[in-house]
Each structure stands twice: as C-alpha cells, then as structure tokens.
Design a protein around this ligand. Structure first.
Ligand SMILES: NC(=O)C[C@H](N)C(=O)O
Length: 351
C-alpha cells in the first residue's frame, strides 16, 4: 500500500480501479486537480471556474481510455496547481516510484493544473527512478466548457503511458497533441489551449490520430541530475526573487530572515540585477554563504557561468525549475561546489 506521511492534509482518497482486461497494459493515474478537474456554471464559462471533479469522473468522461489500458486511480489532492506544495510533490514521487517498480504497471499519468505543472513535472524528472513513461497532463478549458480539451488530453496521456514508445524518455508533459520534455517545457500563455508550445529544446513528438510519434529515439536531457528522495519528507526552503527596475534590495535579506536556505533570482536579461540589488545579494552571500542562483525572467534563455561570480548560473533552468533543483540539492546535503556543478552539468563551461 502507498507510503503515508504524517500531516498529509489532503482530501479523502477516491481510489478507482476499472475492470481488468488481461490483454491490456495497466496505467495508474494520480489526480491532483487543476482545470482538467474543474467545473464552471455554464458551458461558456472559461475563467473563474472551480476544481471539483474526482479521478473517477475524469476517467468516466473518456470511456475510450478503457480500450487502451486498465486504469487504477489515486486522488492525491484536488487543488489548483498554485496550491500544489512539497507535501504533494513528495507524495507523488514516493507513490510513483512504488508504482513503477511493479512489473505489471506500464506507466503513470499525473493530472495537474497547468499553472505549475512544469514544476511538478521537473520534480518528478529529478526524483523518479524508472525508465517507464511518466506523463503529466492538464487542460486549459474546464470539463464543463464547450470543446473542453481535458478528455482528449487525458486519452493521449494514458495512450502514451501505456506505450512502449514512451519508455526511456524521462518525465513528459502532453497537451494539445504535443509531447514535451519535462526538463525544458514551460507554460507560455496564461490562457491559450496551446500553452505548452515548444521551447527550443522541449518538443519530443506529437499525436496523430491519438498515436504518439516521436521525432527522436529515447534520450535523456544532457546534465539531468537525479536524487534519491526515498527517505525525504521535507524540502529545503528556497525563494524566488524577481528582478525589475528599482528592485527593493532589502528583499534578499528579508528572504533569508524568513528562513530561505537558498535563493533564486529571476534576473533581467541573462541573470542581471541593478547595482543596488547586486550589492545586497553579495553582502548577504558574504554574511551567510547561502547559495544564490541567477536565472532569467524572460520565458526562455540561458544564464552563462562566471567562475569569478559568487552567484551560481542557472544555465538552462528557468527560475521555477532552478528552485526545485536547488531545493533537492540542499535537502540531500550538497556542498556549494556540488550545487554549482549540478547546475553546470546542463551546459558546457567556457574554457
Ligand atoms: N489550466 C489550468 O489548469 C489552470 C489552473 N488554475 C491550475 O490549476 O493550474
């Protein structure tokens, strides 16, 4: 049975098991909430709706799923993804590792709000210890809307999780016919159906007639760092600070005083800050030696390393993914040099 953690604050579990057809693969769905599980007051309401549907209702909306796989479902939470927290992420990672270790489970699907889906997907990319498909999926229109996108997205996610073509590709994000890598995929638009459109390196394949096609043979992102979280029950606190004109330099000290063990800085351009903000960061670093990772506030891009700099360059990691990598590294006790090396693994260090 799944590992239980003390203080797990979530709703009553609504576990489901569809009838078993021995000729079909088994897929386990972990439902967490989000728009895919939301209902509006009319079929034209596409903002201001609320989460309410359970995993059983998600599966019931797409009976075609049962032609593809036998489904077991766990209700992990039922929240907007802005409220997904480390308790939920850790619970997911622990349960998924346990599930994928079973010979008769082909793959897993995580239904999730799209707003922070990339964070949970990247967390799983860093902590799941199996080559079987891990597929994160959401929707941009609530289940009650005209042309709701959730049912077809869910069918595609389950199809991919059940497919041998999905093996060895790490954690994936599927939405609107596209298959993206969790390492690189980012939500690009707050509202549009195609919000997970390609970032430069993120797109792995797509669905034609609900069959997953990949552009490439299975491969791992260069520099992926993985962590054994089997004994982990809490993550280190890491805050993200957003750079802009006239940024308040006191925010760095304030974060540290409020318990941050590491900081990520969403810099202007390739990790930049105003002179005052940079001075405040450096003073904090000299006083405490807490790691400060410089990332970018632009939706895509790269922050190069400077060996002379006290900040740690995020490389290809955007602020929200850099935060998760730093949390995991601090949680398992990496030294500052090991943290620097973990970030540097994803890009070539200039000679
Ligand atoms: N499209 C979505 O799923 C947005 C939703 N607010 C969320 O839970 O992230």
């Amino acid at each position: 049975s799944p590992i239980e953690f003390p203080g797990f604050p979530l709703i009553a579990r609504q576990d489901i098991q569809t009838p078993i057809n021995a000729s079909l693969p088994n897929v386990t769905i972990f439902a967490t909430g989000g728009t895919i599980a939301s209902q509006g007051s009319s079929n034209t309401q596409t903002v201001g709706y609320s989460v309410g549907l359970g995993v059983q209702q998600l599966v019931d909306a797409v009976p075609e799923i049962l032609n593809i796989s036998n489904i077991k479902g766990y209700q992990i939470s039922n929240v907007d993804s802005g409220s997904v927290n480390e308790t939920i992420s850790l619970k997911l990672a622990h349960m998924i590792n346990e599930e994928l270790a079973k010979d008769d489970v082909a793959g897993v699907v995580i239904t999730h709000g799209t707003d922070t889906l990339e964070e949970t997907a990247f967390f799983l990319e860093s902590t799941v210890n199996s080559t079987k498909p891990v597929v994160c999926v959401g929707a941009m229109r609530p289940a009650t809307a005209l042309s709701a996108d959730g049912p077809l997205n869910l069918l595609q996610a389950v199809t991919l999780a059940a497919s041998p073509a999905g093996i060895g590709r790490g954690t994936m994000i599927t939405l609107n016919d596209r298959i993206g890598s969790a390492f690189y995929t980012t939500k690009n638009n707050a509202n549009s159906l195609d919000t997970f459109f390609s970032t430069e390196a993120g797109q792995l394949g797509f669905f034609i007639n609900q069959v997953p096609y990949f552009y490439y043979a299975p491969s791992e992102p260069v520099g992926r760092v993985t962590f054994d979280i089997s004994q982990v029950q809490d993550l280190a606190q890491v805050d993200i600070l957003y750079s802009h004109q006239d940024m308040n330099p006191e925010l760095f000290n304030a974060s540290a005083l409020l318990g941050a063990q590491g900081l990520v800085f969403a810099g202007v351009g390739a990790g930049g800050a105003s002179r005052k903000a940079s001075q405040a960061m450096e003073a904090l670093y000299n006083a405490t030696h807490i790691p400060i990772v410089a990332s970018h506030r632009s939706s895509d891009g790269f922050v190069p390393s400077d060996p002379k700099d006290f900040t740690i360059a995020s490389g290809f990691y955007n602020p929200q993914k850099a935060r998760i990598l730093l949390q995991l590294a601090l949680t398992v006790g990496y030294s500052e040099e090991e943290i620097r090396a973990a970030f540097a693994k994803s890009y070539p260090i200039p000679a």
